[in-house]
Design a protein around this ligand. Structure first.
Ligand code: ZN
Length: 274
């Protein structure tokens, strides 16, 4: 019963209200995605807790909530109401533009050839290490604002252009700052194993992550400075092999992080089995 309750928001009389799943399916896939659940002339109510309380035909909602009050009412006539998009994989904190690599790619260079020539991740690492925290935050903020304008309401954001503890923490602090100050949901990921840093073998990099990076993240979580949600490894031929990946992910899991990694992206190496 809606009664005289107070609610946060009423989106009223939308031309289209896209529910995605219209018949209580848990999700849609393949051909199912071609028939989205769309209501016409519909309204939606958001409660004070931020959760959706009701969705339905505008006249039905109007009756049901006739005695309720709303902090805000938006007339959605002629408009389409969509669920927020979830961007599940992004590397949005970085400095140094890699537009020139498009020319290399157009000339036929592969991802790994660019990577081995010092381009790709290594190029970005070099520039991200030099950038100040404020510079990284400012550019990251612009990127998040653009994502929000394009409809994303929850974004997974990875570190991984530092590869050393100092810069990885700098990136994670930038992500933490955005979590607190921006009106967009962020799930943060430590991706210190995004590439093997120059001057180290994969085993040395793995040891450094397990013995130095992860304990520091745990310490910063306990002190309330940085709350990281997930851990990621680039499990790939010539980067981190299955064994290193397993060690890093296990250590991350033991630290309380959720697993979320790049596997079988360029070469099938059976990373799904990890
Ligand atoms: Zn990635």
């Amino acid at each position: 019963m809606a009664g005289r309750q107070r609610h946060r928001l009423l989106l009223e009389n939308a031309e289209q209200l896209v529910q995605v799943c219209g018949r209580r399916e848990p999700y849609l896939r393949r051909s199912g995605a071609a028939s989205l659940g769309v209501l016409r002339a519909a309204s939606l109510v958001v409660g004070l807790d931020g959760c959706i309380k009701a969705v339905g035909q505008a006249d039905v909602i109007r009756n049901q909530f006739s005695e309720a009050t709303f902090e805000r009412i938006i007339d959605c006539s002629g408009k389409c109401v969509l669920p927020g998009l979830v961007d599940a994989h992004t590397h949005p904190v970085w400095a140094g533009d890699r537009v020139h690599e498009f020319a290399m790619k157009l000339a036929g260079a592969s991802y790994m050839e660019i990577h081995q020539a010092g381009g790709g991740i290594h190029f970005t690492v070099e520039h991200t290490r030099k950038a100040t925290e404020d510079e990284l935050f400012t550019s990251f903020q612009h990127r998040l604002e653009r994502m929000l304008r394009a409809g994303s309401t929850l974004v997974e954001c990875k570190s991984g252009y530092g590869l050393n503890l100092e810069t990885e923490l700098k990136m994670l602090r930038v992500i933490e700052r955005a979590k607190k100050s921006m009106d967009i949901g962020i799930s943060s990921t430590y991706c210190g194993a995004h590439a093997v840093p120059k001057g180290k073998t994969a085993t040395e990099a793995t040891d450094d992550i397990i013995n130095n990076h992860l304990p520091k993240l745990k310490e910063l979580k306990l002190s309330g400075e940085i709350h990281v949600n997930n851990i990621d490894v680039f499990c790939e031929k010539g980067v981190f092999d299955l064994e290193s990946t397993r060690r890093i992910l296990q250590a991350g899991k033991d630290t309380g992080l959720q697993i979320n990694f790049h596997g079988d992206e360029l070469h099938p190496v059976k990373s799904a089995e990890v």
